[in-house]
Unconditional design. Structure first.
Length: 205
């Protein structure tokens, strides 16, 4: 009997092929406890971009402001330049037909003067004076003091918005009309407030 040890050669390629086949087979899904599933989901959400669902959606501040204005009626879209040109052309044609009709009924009347910035200031000033009873008789004065204040405020808005855009004559006329209207308003309100103050009681003896 020989003392030389015997070796057995094993072909491991067969075992490796079987392991690869076993790994390629789909493994049955293992049940994960709900607690672990929620923890894994929260970890994944914090690690990268988070999908926004309707339940987790939180509007930003500007979207909240838009929701606050949702109850107001929406403004109509502005007219296009083409629509503005067509409307201006139709308006001019209608104005010309009206002027022709007036001149046909009164041939002696000349052409109507064009409307200027001076007409606008005069119209507002005259409206304020009428509302303060300036053109009415003493016995039948009807005063709309709130309407007069609003008209004078309109004159102030015109002065503010046209600052730097007027000629020297236009600016002087506007400032004068605004000054006179405000002075008349001050005098009228002083009269109204003084008439509403009751007389002081007579001194005690």
């Amino acid at each position: 009997m020989s003392d030389t040890p015997k070796f057995e050669v094993i072909d491991r390629r067969k075992y490796k092929a079987k392991e690869e086949e076993r790994d390629s087979e789909p493994q049955p899904a293992q049940a994960v406890p709900p607690e672990q599933a929620r923890e894994a989901k929260s970890e994944q959400a914090g690690a990268g971009p988070r999908l926004v669902t309707p339940e987790s959606y939180e509007p930003e501040s500007h979207e909240t402001e838009a929701d606050d204005l949702a109850g107001e009626p929406p403004l109509p879209p502005p007219p296009t330049p083409e629509e503005s040109r067509e409307q201006k052309s139709a308006y001019d044609a209608s104005s010309q037909r009206l002027e022709d009709l007036i001149r046909a009924q009164n041939p002696a009347a000349g052409a109507l003067p064009p409307v200027t910035f001076e007409h606008l200031v005069q119209q507002l000033f005259l409206s304020a004076m009428i509302q303060m009873g300036g053109t009415q008789g003493e016995g039948q004065r009807r005063v709309d003091i709130v309407g007069a204040r609003q008209t004078i405020d309109l004159l102030g808005i015109v002065a503010e918005k046209t600052k730097g855009n007027l000629t020297e004559a236009e600016d002087r006329m506007l400032q004068t009309a605004l000054f006179e209207a405000r002075m008349a308003f001050l005098e009228l309100t002083n009269m109204i407030t003084l008439q509403g103050v009751p007389a002081p009681p007579p001194p005690r003896k």
